[in-house]
Design a protein around this ligand. Sequence first.
Ligand SMILES: [Zn+2]
Length: 498
Amino acid sequence: MPCMSDTRKAASEHTLRAQQAARETLPPDDRRDFADARRGLIAPLDPAPIIGRRPACLGSRALHCVSRRRRLVPRQRASGPLAPGATQRDRRLFEVAPGVHQIRGLDVSNMTLIEGGTGRIVVDPLISSECAEGALALAARHLGERPVTALIYTHSHADHFGGSVAVLARAAASFEVVAPEGFLENAISENVFAGNAMRRRAAYMYGALLPADERGIVDAGLGKTTSSGSVGLVPPTRTIAEDGESVVLDGVTFEFHLAPDTEAPSAMMFFLPEHRVLNVADTAVASMHNLYTPRGAAVRDALLWSRALDETCHRFGSRADVLIGGHNWPRFGTEAIVEYLDVQRDLYKFIHDQTLRLANAGQTSREISENLALPATFARFWFARDYYGTLSHNAKAVYQRYLGWFDGHPGTLHALPSAVSGPRYVDGRCRCHADEVACGIRCRRVPLRRRRADASRLRGAGECRRAAASSGRFRAAWVSIGERAVAQLLSDRRARTS
Ligand SMILES: [Zn+2]
Protein backbone atom coordinates (compact mmCIF):
# COMPACT_ATOMS: atom_id res chain seq x y z
CA MET A 1 0.00 0.00 0.00
CA PRO A 2 1.54 3.37 -0.92
CA CYS A 3 2.45 5.79 1.81
CA MET A 4 1.88 9.55 1.74
CA SER A 5 5.12 10.30 3.57
CA ASP A 6 6.70 12.06 0.57
CA THR A 7 4.10 14.84 0.53
CA ARG A 8 4.21 15.76 4.18
CA LYS A 9 5.24 19.17 5.45
CA ALA A 10 6.04 20.61 8.84
CA ALA A 11 3.19 22.34 10.65
CA SER A 12 2.71 25.88 9.36
CA GLU A 13 2.72 28.85 11.71
CA HIS A 14 -1.08 28.91 11.40
CA THR A 15 -1.34 25.29 12.54
CA LEU A 16 1.00 25.93 15.43
CA ARG A 17 -1.06 28.95 16.45
CA ALA A 18 -4.25 26.89 16.29
CA GLN A 19 -2.65 24.18 18.43
CA GLN A 20 -1.52 26.73 20.99
CA ALA A 21 -5.01 28.24 21.11
CA ALA A 22 -6.48 24.77 21.69
CA ARG A 23 -3.89 24.05 24.38
CA GLU A 24 -4.94 27.15 26.30
CA THR A 25 -8.50 25.83 26.58
CA LEU A 26 -7.46 22.53 28.20
CA PRO A 27 -8.44 21.76 31.79
CA PRO A 28 -4.89 21.48 33.22
CA ASP A 29 -5.84 20.79 36.83
CA ASP A 30 -7.92 17.71 36.18
CA ARG A 31 -5.49 14.76 35.97
CA ARG A 32 -8.04 12.01 36.61
CA ASP A 33 -8.06 10.79 33.00
CA PHE A 34 -4.30 10.34 33.04
CA ALA A 35 -4.37 8.37 36.27
CA ASP A 36 -7.36 6.25 35.18
CA ALA A 37 -5.66 5.37 31.89
CA ARG A 38 -2.71 3.83 33.75
CA ARG A 39 -4.45 2.21 36.70
CA GLY A 40 -4.28 -1.58 36.96
CA LEU A 41 -1.48 -2.13 34.44
CA ILE A 42 -0.35 -5.76 34.39
CA ALA A 43 1.87 -6.05 31.33
CA PRO A 44 2.54 -4.84 27.80
CA LEU A 45 2.38 -7.12 24.78
CA ASP A 46 5.84 -8.35 23.97
CA PRO A 47 7.29 -8.79 21.37
CA ALA A 48 5.84 -5.70 19.76
CA PRO A 49 4.88 -6.58 16.18
CA ILE A 50 2.12 -8.99 15.27
CA ILE A 51 2.85 -10.37 11.83
CA GLY A 52 -0.30 -11.36 10.04
CA ARG A 53 -0.89 -13.52 7.01
CA ARG A 54 -1.08 -10.45 4.78
CA PRO A 55 2.14 -8.49 4.29
CA ALA A 56 0.48 -5.14 4.97
CA CYS A 57 -1.57 -6.48 7.83
CA LEU A 58 -2.42 -3.76 10.20
CA GLY A 59 -1.77 -5.96 13.12
CA SER A 60 1.83 -5.50 12.15
CA ARG A 61 1.51 -1.89 11.14
CA ALA A 62 -0.44 -0.87 14.22
CA LEU A 63 2.14 -2.22 16.55
CA HIS A 64 5.02 -0.73 14.66
CA CYS A 65 3.12 2.51 14.88
CA VAL A 66 2.61 2.10 18.54
CA SER A 67 6.26 1.36 19.15
CA ARG A 68 7.23 4.53 17.37
CA ARG A 69 4.51 6.55 19.02
CA ARG A 70 5.75 5.69 22.46
CA ARG A 71 8.79 7.83 21.83
CA LEU A 72 6.54 10.80 21.10
CA VAL A 73 4.74 10.73 24.40
CA PRO A 74 7.33 12.55 26.53
CA ARG A 75 7.54 15.32 23.95
CA GLN A 76 3.79 15.72 23.97
CA ARG A 77 3.80 15.81 27.73
CA ALA A 78 6.51 18.44 27.80
CA SER A 79 4.43 20.84 25.77
CA GLY A 80 1.20 19.93 27.51
CA PRO A 81 -0.82 17.05 26.09
CA LEU A 82 -3.27 18.18 23.48
CA ALA A 83 -5.13 14.95 22.90
CA PRO A 84 -5.56 11.40 24.19
CA GLY A 85 -2.44 10.56 22.15
CA ALA A 86 -0.48 11.29 25.29
CA THR A 87 -2.95 9.44 27.51
CA GLN A 88 -3.74 6.25 25.67
CA ARG A 89 -1.27 3.51 26.34
CA ASP A 90 -0.19 0.98 23.79
CA ARG A 91 -1.16 -2.70 23.62
CA ARG A 92 -1.36 -3.42 27.32
CA LEU A 93 -3.25 -5.68 29.67
CA PHE A 94 -4.99 -4.03 32.63
CA GLU A 95 -6.97 -5.29 35.59
CA VAL A 96 -10.02 -3.05 35.99
CA ALA A 97 -11.63 -5.07 38.83
CA PRO A 98 -10.96 -8.49 40.36
CA GLY A 99 -11.75 -10.98 37.59
CA VAL A 100 -12.26 -8.29 34.92
CA HIS A 101 -9.45 -7.29 32.56
CA GLN A 102 -9.05 -5.16 29.46
CA ILE A 103 -6.55 -5.14 26.63
CA ARG A 104 -6.23 -1.60 25.36
CA GLY A 105 -4.13 0.01 22.64
CA LEU A 106 -3.87 -3.10 20.47
CA ASP A 107 -6.56 -1.87 18.11
CA VAL A 108 -8.79 1.20 18.05
CA SER A 109 -11.20 -0.68 20.35
CA ASN A 110 -10.79 -2.53 23.66
CA MET A 111 -11.14 -6.23 24.39
CA THR A 112 -12.64 -7.01 27.81
CA LEU A 113 -12.13 -10.38 29.54
CA ILE A 114 -14.28 -11.66 32.40
CA GLU A 115 -13.22 -14.71 34.38
CA GLY A 116 -16.05 -17.26 34.59
CA GLY A 117 -16.47 -20.47 36.55
CA THR A 118 -14.91 -22.74 33.93
CA GLY A 119 -13.30 -20.37 31.45
CA ARG A 120 -13.01 -16.81 30.18
CA ILE A 121 -15.73 -14.59 28.67
CA VAL A 122 -14.57 -12.30 25.85
CA VAL A 123 -16.34 -9.00 25.20
CA ASP A 124 -15.73 -7.34 21.80
CA PRO A 125 -12.89 -9.14 19.97
CA LEU A 126 -11.25 -6.10 18.26
CA ILE A 127 -11.21 -5.54 14.48
CA SER A 128 -8.89 -8.22 13.16
CA SER A 129 -8.09 -11.84 13.95
CA GLU A 130 -4.39 -11.05 14.22
CA CYS A 131 -4.93 -8.44 16.92
CA ALA A 132 -7.53 -10.57 18.71
CA GLU A 133 -5.15 -13.53 18.79
CA GLY A 134 -2.38 -11.26 20.11
CA ALA A 135 -4.70 -10.03 22.86
CA LEU A 136 -5.81 -13.53 23.87
CA ALA A 137 -2.23 -14.76 23.93
CA LEU A 138 -1.23 -11.83 26.13
CA ALA A 139 -4.04 -12.68 28.53
CA ALA A 140 -3.12 -16.38 28.55
CA ARG A 141 0.49 -15.53 29.36
CA HIS A 142 -0.36 -13.39 32.39
CA LEU A 143 -3.73 -14.72 33.57
CA GLY A 144 -3.34 -18.36 32.64
CA GLU A 145 -4.61 -20.41 29.70
CA ARG A 146 -8.41 -20.89 29.89
CA PRO A 147 -11.00 -21.79 27.26
CA VAL A 148 -13.36 -19.09 26.05
CA THR A 149 -16.84 -19.94 27.28
CA ALA A 150 -18.72 -17.00 25.78
CA LEU A 151 -18.21 -14.17 23.32
CA ILE A 152 -20.31 -11.02 23.74
CA TYR A 153 -20.77 -8.39 21.04
CA THR A 154 -21.90 -5.10 22.55
CA HIS A 155 -22.94 -3.65 19.20
CA SER A 156 -22.96 -4.05 15.44
CA HIS A 157 -19.77 -2.15 14.46
CA ALA A 158 -16.82 -3.99 12.94
CA ASP A 159 -14.36 -2.73 15.56
CA HIS A 160 -16.32 -4.88 18.03
CA PHE A 161 -16.72 -8.11 16.08
CA GLY A 162 -14.05 -8.25 13.32
CA GLY A 163 -11.58 -10.40 15.29
CA SER A 164 -14.21 -12.97 16.33
CA VAL A 165 -12.78 -15.84 14.26
CA ALA A 166 -9.62 -15.86 16.41
CA VAL A 167 -11.77 -16.51 19.47
CA LEU A 168 -13.13 -19.74 17.96
CA ALA A 169 -9.72 -21.38 18.21
CA ARG A 170 -9.90 -21.12 22.01
CA ALA A 171 -13.63 -21.83 22.37
CA ALA A 172 -14.93 -24.26 24.98
CA ALA A 173 -17.42 -26.97 24.01
CA SER A 174 -20.26 -24.97 25.56
CA PHE A 175 -19.25 -21.78 23.69
CA GLU A 176 -22.00 -19.16 23.28
CA VAL A 177 -22.04 -15.98 21.18
CA VAL A 178 -24.29 -13.30 22.64
CA ALA A 179 -25.47 -10.15 20.84
CA PRO A 180 -28.20 -7.53 21.07
CA GLU A 181 -31.37 -7.88 19.02
CA GLY A 182 -30.90 -6.90 15.37
CA PHE A 183 -27.13 -7.39 15.55
CA LEU A 184 -26.63 -9.50 12.44
CA GLU A 185 -28.97 -7.49 10.21
CA ASN A 186 -27.33 -4.21 11.18
CA ALA A 187 -23.78 -5.55 11.00
CA ILE A 188 -24.48 -6.64 7.43
CA SER A 189 -26.38 -3.50 6.54
CA GLU A 190 -23.57 -1.19 7.66
CA ASN A 191 -20.56 -3.24 6.71
CA VAL A 192 -21.64 -5.15 3.60
CA PHE A 193 -24.32 -3.24 1.70
CA ALA A 194 -22.23 -0.06 1.68
CA GLY A 195 -19.03 -1.87 2.60
CA ASN A 196 -16.78 -0.90 -0.30
CA ALA A 197 -17.59 2.79 -0.04
CA MET A 198 -17.32 2.72 3.72
CA ARG A 199 -13.92 1.04 3.74
CA ARG A 200 -12.52 3.57 1.25
CA ARG A 201 -13.83 6.45 3.30
CA ALA A 202 -12.61 4.92 6.56
CA ALA A 203 -9.06 4.81 5.15
CA TYR A 204 -9.15 8.61 4.93
CA MET A 205 -10.97 9.07 8.22
CA TYR A 206 -8.47 7.06 10.24
CA GLY A 207 -5.39 8.05 8.22
CA ALA A 208 -4.60 4.47 7.22
CA LEU A 209 -1.95 5.57 4.69
CA LEU A 210 -0.18 7.97 7.02
CA PRO A 211 3.05 7.06 8.78
CA ALA A 212 2.91 6.97 12.55
CA ASP A 213 4.87 9.94 13.78
CA GLU A 214 4.39 13.56 14.74
CA ARG A 215 3.68 14.51 11.11
CA GLY A 216 1.44 11.53 10.48
CA ILE A 217 -1.02 9.76 12.70
CA VAL A 218 -0.52 10.20 16.43
CA ASP A 219 -3.83 8.88 17.69
CA ALA A 220 -7.36 8.16 16.52
CA GLY A 221 -9.18 9.65 19.50
CA LEU A 222 -11.06 6.46 20.32
CA GLY A 223 -7.82 4.47 20.44
CA LYS A 224 -4.42 4.28 18.84
CA THR A 225 -5.45 3.34 15.33
CA THR A 226 -7.58 0.87 13.41
CA SER A 227 -6.17 -2.50 12.38
CA SER A 228 -6.38 -3.89 8.84
CA GLY A 229 -5.82 -7.58 9.32
CA SER A 230 -8.32 -10.38 8.64
CA VAL A 231 -11.90 -9.43 9.49
CA GLY A 232 -14.59 -12.04 10.19
CA LEU A 233 -17.92 -12.47 11.91
CA VAL A 234 -19.00 -15.45 13.99
CA PRO A 235 -22.83 -15.31 14.09
CA PRO A 236 -24.57 -14.98 17.45
CA THR A 237 -26.12 -18.06 19.03
CA ARG A 238 -28.09 -16.11 21.62
CA THR A 239 -29.88 -12.78 21.23
CA ILE A 240 -30.72 -10.33 23.99
CA ALA A 241 -34.15 -9.06 22.99
CA GLU A 242 -35.52 -7.77 26.27
CA ASP A 243 -34.22 -4.68 28.00
CA GLY A 244 -33.18 -5.47 31.56
CA GLU A 245 -32.76 -9.18 30.82
CA SER A 246 -30.57 -10.93 33.37
CA VAL A 247 -28.45 -13.80 32.06
CA VAL A 248 -25.90 -16.04 33.77
CA LEU A 249 -22.94 -16.94 31.54
CA ASP A 250 -20.35 -19.36 32.90
CA GLY A 251 -21.45 -18.48 36.43
CA VAL A 252 -21.30 -14.69 35.94
CA THR A 253 -24.50 -12.62 36.14
CA PHE A 254 -25.07 -10.06 33.37
CA GLU A 255 -27.82 -7.42 33.51
CA PHE A 256 -28.24 -6.27 29.92
CA HIS A 257 -29.45 -2.80 28.99
CA LEU A 258 -30.48 -2.47 25.35
CA ALA A 259 -29.63 0.84 23.70
CA PRO A 260 -30.69 0.58 20.03
CA ASP A 261 -30.24 3.55 17.70
CA THR A 262 -27.67 5.26 19.87
CA GLU A 263 -24.03 4.90 18.81
CA ALA A 264 -25.04 1.88 16.75
CA PRO A 265 -28.44 0.70 15.48
CA SER A 266 -28.09 -2.52 17.48
CA ALA A 267 -26.36 -1.96 20.81
CA MET A 268 -26.40 -2.95 24.46
CA MET A 269 -24.59 -2.24 27.68
CA PHE A 270 -24.34 -4.55 30.69
CA PHE A 271 -23.82 -4.44 34.42
CA LEU A 272 -22.02 -7.13 36.42
CA PRO A 273 -23.65 -6.97 39.88
CA GLU A 274 -21.17 -9.36 41.51
CA HIS A 275 -18.26 -7.21 40.30
CA ARG A 276 -20.04 -3.80 40.42
CA VAL A 277 -18.67 -3.16 36.92
CA LEU A 278 -20.71 -1.31 34.29
CA ASN A 279 -19.83 -1.71 30.59
CA VAL A 280 -21.34 1.16 28.57
CA ALA A 281 -19.94 -0.09 25.22
CA ASP A 282 -19.57 2.95 22.90
CA THR A 283 -22.33 5.14 24.31
CA ALA A 284 -19.78 6.96 26.45
CA VAL A 285 -16.12 7.40 25.49
CA ALA A 286 -13.41 9.77 26.68
CA SER A 287 -14.32 12.25 23.96
CA MET A 288 -17.31 13.75 22.25
CA HIS A 289 -18.45 10.92 19.98
CA ASN A 290 -19.76 11.09 16.43
CA LEU A 291 -23.44 11.59 15.67
CA TYR A 292 -22.30 11.33 12.07
CA THR A 293 -19.17 9.38 11.24
CA PRO A 294 -17.16 10.61 8.23
CA ARG A 295 -16.58 6.99 7.16
CA GLY A 296 -20.30 7.07 6.36
CA ALA A 297 -23.27 5.58 8.23
CA ALA A 298 -26.82 6.54 9.00
CA VAL A 299 -26.78 9.53 11.32
CA ARG A 300 -27.35 8.71 14.96
CA ASP A 301 -30.18 9.92 17.14
CA ALA A 302 -28.77 12.39 19.68
CA LEU A 303 -31.99 12.44 21.65
CA LEU A 304 -32.22 8.65 22.05
CA TRP A 305 -28.51 8.55 22.86
CA SER A 306 -28.92 11.13 25.58
CA ARG A 307 -31.96 9.29 27.00
CA ALA A 308 -30.07 5.99 27.03
CA LEU A 309 -27.26 7.55 29.07
CA ASP A 310 -29.79 9.04 31.47
CA GLU A 311 -31.45 5.65 31.89
CA THR A 312 -28.06 3.96 32.37
CA CYS A 313 -27.09 6.41 35.07
CA HIS A 314 -30.36 5.99 36.94
CA ARG A 315 -30.35 2.22 36.67
CA PHE A 316 -26.70 1.43 37.39
CA GLY A 317 -24.79 4.61 38.33
CA SER A 318 -25.08 4.30 42.10
CA ARG A 319 -24.38 0.52 41.98
CA ALA A 320 -21.16 0.74 39.96
CA ASP A 321 -17.62 1.05 41.25
CA VAL A 322 -15.99 0.77 37.83
CA LEU A 323 -17.18 1.89 34.40
CA ILE A 324 -15.58 0.42 31.29
CA GLY A 325 -16.32 0.77 27.59
CA GLY A 326 -15.42 -0.24 24.09
CA HIS A 327 -12.79 2.49 23.77
CA ASN A 328 -10.43 4.56 25.91
CA TRP A 329 -9.99 3.94 29.63
CA PRO A 330 -12.26 3.21 32.65
CA ARG A 331 -13.75 5.48 35.31
CA PHE A 332 -13.30 4.50 38.93
CA GLY A 333 -15.64 5.38 41.82
CA THR A 334 -19.40 5.89 41.87
CA GLU A 335 -19.19 9.68 42.01
CA ALA A 336 -16.90 9.89 38.99
CA ILE A 337 -19.11 7.44 37.07
CA VAL A 338 -22.29 9.39 37.71
CA GLU A 339 -20.59 12.65 36.73
CA TYR A 340 -19.24 11.07 33.53
CA LEU A 341 -22.64 9.74 32.46
CA ASP A 342 -24.41 12.98 33.37
CA VAL A 343 -22.01 15.17 31.40
CA GLN A 344 -22.09 12.89 28.36
CA ARG A 345 -25.91 12.84 28.49
CA ASP A 346 -26.02 16.64 28.65
CA LEU A 347 -23.51 16.95 25.82
CA TYR A 348 -25.64 15.11 23.24
CA LYS A 349 -28.86 16.72 24.53
CA PHE A 350 -27.31 20.17 24.16
CA ILE A 351 -26.22 19.50 20.57
CA HIS A 352 -29.67 18.13 19.75
CA ASP A 353 -31.67 20.96 21.31
CA GLN A 354 -29.52 23.86 20.15
CA THR A 355 -29.25 22.62 16.58
CA LEU A 356 -33.03 22.46 16.36
CA ARG A 357 -33.41 25.87 18.00
CA LEU A 358 -31.17 27.46 15.36
CA ALA A 359 -32.80 25.49 12.54
CA ASN A 360 -36.21 26.68 13.64
CA ALA A 361 -34.80 30.21 13.72
CA GLY A 362 -33.97 29.86 10.03
CA GLN A 363 -30.31 28.88 9.97
CA THR A 364 -29.02 26.30 7.50
CA SER A 365 -26.96 23.27 8.42
CA ARG A 366 -23.67 24.97 7.55
CA GLU A 367 -24.59 28.11 9.42
CA ILE A 368 -25.52 26.19 12.56
CA SER A 369 -22.30 24.17 12.52
CA GLU A 370 -20.40 27.45 12.23
CA ASN A 371 -22.31 29.34 14.91
CA LEU A 372 -22.91 26.73 17.58
CA ALA A 373 -20.50 26.73 20.54
CA LEU A 374 -20.39 24.56 23.64
CA PRO A 375 -20.98 26.30 26.97
CA ALA A 376 -17.87 26.69 29.10
CA THR A 377 -19.20 24.14 31.58
CA PHE A 378 -18.26 21.30 29.19
CA ALA A 379 -14.73 22.59 28.61
CA ARG A 380 -13.51 21.55 32.05
CA PHE A 381 -14.02 17.86 31.24
CA TRP A 382 -11.42 16.17 29.07
CA PHE A 383 -14.00 13.60 28.00
CA ALA A 384 -16.40 16.20 26.59
CA ARG A 385 -13.87 17.60 24.14
CA ASP A 386 -13.85 16.91 20.40
CA TYR A 387 -11.04 14.37 20.08
CA TYR A 388 -13.15 12.08 17.90
CA GLY A 389 -16.50 13.64 16.99
CA THR A 390 -16.72 17.37 16.50
CA LEU A 391 -19.43 19.86 17.34
CA SER A 392 -19.47 20.99 13.71
CA HIS A 393 -20.12 17.50 12.30
CA ASN A 394 -22.56 16.65 15.05
CA ALA A 395 -24.70 19.74 14.54
CA LYS A 396 -24.95 18.86 10.84
CA ALA A 397 -25.93 15.33 11.83
CA VAL A 398 -28.83 16.53 13.97
CA TYR A 399 -29.96 18.81 11.15
CA GLN A 400 -29.76 15.95 8.68
CA ARG A 401 -31.71 13.61 10.93
CA TYR A 402 -34.66 15.99 11.13
CA LEU A 403 -34.45 17.91 7.85
CA GLY A 404 -32.31 15.89 5.44
CA TRP A 405 -29.51 16.97 3.11
CA PHE A 406 -31.35 19.92 1.52
CA ASP A 407 -30.60 23.16 3.37
CA GLY A 408 -33.66 25.03 2.05
CA HIS A 409 -31.63 27.24 -0.33
CA PRO A 410 -33.05 26.96 -3.88
CA GLY A 411 -29.54 27.14 -5.29
CA THR A 412 -28.55 23.85 -3.66
CA LEU A 413 -31.64 21.84 -4.60
CA HIS A 414 -30.26 20.57 -7.91
CA ALA A 415 -26.53 21.22 -7.73
CA LEU A 416 -24.20 20.59 -10.63
CA PRO A 417 -21.87 17.64 -10.13
CA SER A 418 -18.26 18.53 -9.44
CA ALA A 419 -17.17 17.03 -12.75
CA VAL A 420 -19.16 19.75 -14.54
CA SER A 421 -18.44 22.71 -12.31
CA GLY A 422 -14.80 21.87 -11.54
CA PRO A 423 -13.41 22.77 -15.00
CA ARG A 424 -15.30 26.09 -14.89
CA TYR A 425 -13.48 27.06 -11.73
CA VAL A 426 -10.17 26.05 -13.20
CA ASP A 427 -10.61 28.08 -16.39
CA GLY A 428 -11.38 31.13 -14.24
CA ARG A 429 -14.86 31.77 -15.62
CA CYS A 430 -16.36 31.31 -12.21
CA ARG A 431 -15.44 33.57 -9.30
CA CYS A 432 -17.98 32.22 -6.89
CA HIS A 433 -16.50 30.99 -3.64
CA ALA A 434 -19.61 29.15 -2.54
CA ASP A 435 -20.34 25.75 -3.98
CA GLU A 436 -20.77 24.18 -7.36
CA VAL A 437 -24.40 25.02 -7.90
CA ALA A 438 -23.72 28.72 -7.49
CA CYS A 439 -21.24 28.38 -10.34
CA GLY A 440 -23.93 26.98 -12.61
CA ILE A 441 -26.68 29.41 -11.72
CA ARG A 442 -25.05 32.68 -10.83
CA CYS A 443 -21.62 32.80 -12.35
CA ARG A 444 -22.04 31.31 -15.77
CA ARG A 445 -21.83 34.71 -17.46
CA VAL A 446 -19.67 36.51 -14.97
CA PRO A 447 -16.91 38.36 -16.83
CA LEU A 448 -13.56 36.77 -16.45
CA ARG A 449 -11.58 38.23 -13.58
CA ARG A 450 -8.13 37.30 -12.52
CA ARG A 451 -8.40 35.03 -9.52
CA ARG A 452 -5.17 33.63 -8.22
CA ALA A 453 -6.70 31.96 -5.21
CA ASP A 454 -4.75 28.77 -5.66
CA ALA A 455 -4.57 26.23 -2.88
CA SER A 456 -0.98 26.81 -1.81
CA ARG A 457 -1.40 30.58 -1.48
CA LEU A 458 -4.54 30.11 0.57
CA ARG A 459 -2.79 27.58 2.78
CA GLY A 460 0.12 29.95 3.21
CA ALA A 461 -2.33 32.59 4.42
CA GLY A 462 -3.80 30.14 6.92
CA GLU A 463 -7.08 29.79 5.00
CA CYS A 464 -7.04 26.02 5.03
CA ARG A 465 -10.77 25.54 4.51
CA ARG A 466 -10.77 27.67 1.35
CA ALA A 467 -7.64 25.87 0.19
CA ALA A 468 -9.38 22.54 0.62
CA ALA A 469 -12.40 23.74 -1.38
CA SER A 470 -10.14 25.06 -4.14
CA SER A 471 -8.15 21.81 -4.26
CA GLY A 472 -11.39 19.86 -4.49
CA ARG A 473 -12.44 21.80 -7.58
CA PHE A 474 -9.07 21.26 -9.27
CA ARG A 475 -9.29 17.58 -8.49
CA ALA A 476 -12.81 17.42 -9.93
CA ALA A 477 -11.57 19.08 -13.11
CA TRP A 478 -8.59 16.72 -13.33
CA VAL A 479 -10.85 13.68 -12.98
CA SER A 480 -13.39 15.09 -15.42
CA ILE A 481 -11.23 16.31 -18.31
CA GLY A 482 -7.75 14.98 -17.57
CA GLU A 483 -4.45 16.47 -16.52
CA ARG A 484 -3.44 17.83 -19.92
CA ALA A 485 -6.76 19.58 -20.46
CA VAL A 486 -6.52 21.16 -17.00
CA ALA A 487 -3.05 22.40 -17.80
CA GLN A 488 -4.37 23.86 -21.06
CA LEU A 489 -7.20 25.64 -19.24
CA LEU A 490 -4.76 27.14 -16.77
CA SER A 491 -2.50 28.25 -19.59
CA ASP A 492 -5.43 29.85 -21.46
CA ARG A 493 -6.52 31.56 -18.28
CA ARG A 494 -3.07 33.02 -17.73
CA ALA A 495 -3.00 34.28 -21.31
CA ARG A 496 -6.40 35.90 -20.98
CA THR A 497 -5.65 37.62 -17.71
CA SER A 498 -2.09 38.77 -18.30
ZN1 LIG B 1 -16.31 1.22 18.61
